[in-house]
Each structure stands twice: as structure tokens, then as C-alpha cells.
Design a protein around this ligand. Structure first.
Ligand SMILES: N[C@@H](CCC(=O)N[C@@H](CS)C(=O)NCC(=O)O)C(=O)O
Length: 216
């Protein structure tokens, strides 16, 4: 069993940290964690001591460092076949939408920052963010239409795709983005699972407030 250390940022704000953390927890893979508070005078130096990329999350497994959330997920998948669906077409969809999340939706991410403990926030979104929201709803709808009968997660069984979109599920609740029933059901599946509850409870216990992440 490898020694795994996951280096994360603030639970309340660090959406990229949440993704691999949720995946490891949901799959029951043991790991220890190191939390580096973001936006502090020593943040950069502390992260750089763990990763040359200077960003969290970072997975350190035995002596090996892996950075970038999707690369961490792929590394975990190398030794665990529950990370991605096994059926080839479902697996291809899971990978496609996860890569789309990793590489895109910049307007949404900028305008609606993850803020796990906040609720009832209202933001006037730009057309670019509205387009991101529409595309995300379309992704979730096509996933649920094709795989709803197989289980409550995005593609039926839990997979990395749920972990990749979990921070968006949280944002949509914080900022009151309306969802049709089938998508609201998936949102509840993610936000109410034990691992996500654990993350949210710890986020609420964090003292730091990062002003520029507090919008709406
Ligand atoms: N593309 C990266 C994004 C990582 C990222 O932007 N992390 C933020 C926190 S959510 C960070 O480390 N910020 C600290 C900094 O830039 O100093 C990934 O997928 O892991």
C-alpha cells in the first residue's frame, strides 16, 4: 500500500483540491493530507516546497510527486479500476467531460468562485458565464439521460466525473442556479454524500476569509 499525502488548499475555496480529495475518499483509498492556507504571505513558498508548479492539489505517493488535478486522478486510476467507468463508451464520456471541466468554464469559475459554506448568494453573470452554465447543464443532462437507470451518480456508478463536477454542484447551490429535477437529484447525491459532508463540515470550521472569493 503506497504512502499517500494529498496537499490541498482551503476547503472552503479550493475547488481543484476538492476533486482528487473526494475521489480518494469516495473510493476508500487511505491518505494523509496537508492543508496550505491560500492567499497568505507564506502560501507560495509552502506550495513550492511540495510542487514546482506552485499550485495545489499535489499528490505525493511514496517519493513521487503528481500535480494538476486531472493528472492526479489519472495516476490514481493507474492502480484502481473504479476511477473511470469500465464500459468503453461510458469511460470515453467520463474522460471527455472531465477534460472539458479541467480545461474550460473559465467565466463560470471566475464569476462564481467555490464558497462551500456560503448560501443565498446572487451574482449577475456575464453572457460567457451563462454559456458555461448552459453547457454544464447540457453535459449533466446527457449523462443522466443515458445513465440514470444505472445509478444516482453522473454516469450511474460513482466515477472521477462526479469528483470533477462536484465543485460546480456546490457553486450552483451557493449562487442559486436553478436545475431541473433530474439534475437537482444528482446535485443532492454529490452534496449529501458522506465524503462531501465531511469536506463541508471542515470548510465551515476554517477561519480564513479570502475577500476576493466572497462574491454575491
Ligand atoms: N489546473 C490546476 C489548477 C490548480 C489551481 O489553480 N490551484 C489553486 C487553488 S484552487 C492554487 O494553487 N492557487 C494558489 C496560487 O496560485 O498561489 C489543477 O487542475 O490542479
Amino acid at each position: 500500500m503506497p504512502e499517500r499525502l494529498l496537499v490541498i488548499g482551503n476547503r472552503n475555496y479550493s475547488s481543484w483540491s476538492l476533486r482528487p480529495w473526494l475521489l480518494l475518499r469516495q473510493l476508500g483509498l487511505p491518505f494523509t493530507e496537508e492543508r496550505i492556507a491560500l492567499d497568505q504571505p507564506d502560501t507560495k513558498a509552502r506550495i513550492l516546497a511540495r510542487s514546482p508548479a506552485g499550485r495545489v492539489p499535489v499528490l505525493i505517493e511514496d517519493e513521487l510527486g503528481v500535480w494538476e488535478s486531472l493528472a492526479i486522478i489519472e495516476h490514481v486510476a493507474d492502480a484502481n479500476n473504479a476511477v473511470w467507468p469500465t464500459e468503453p463508451a461510458t469511460r470515453a464520456m467520463a474522460r471527455s467531460i472531465s477534460a472539458e471541466m479541467h480545461g474550460g468554464f473559465t467565466a463560470l469559475r471566475n464569476e462564481l468562485p467555490m464558497n462551500v459554506r456560503a448560501a443565498g448568494r446572487k451574482v449577475r453573470t456575464s453572457p460567457a458565464a451563462d454559456a458555461d452554465i448552459a453547457r454544464i447543464k447540457a453535459i449533466w443532462s446527457s449523462a443522466r439521460e443515458a445513465h440514470g437507470a444505472a445509478g444516482p451518480w453522473l454516469l450511474g456508478a460513482f466515477s472521477a466525473a462526479d469528483a470533477m463536477f462536484a465543485p460546480v454542484a456546490s457553486r450552483f447551490r451557493t449562487y442559486g442556479i436553478d436545475l431541473p429535477d433530474a439534475l437537482a437529484q444528482w446535485q443532492r447525491t454529490v452534496l449529501e454524500c458522506a465524503a462531501m459532508q465531511e469536506w463541508a463540515t471542515a470548510a465551515r470550521a476554517e477561519a480564513e476569509v479570502i475577500e476576493h472569493e466572497e462574491v454575491g
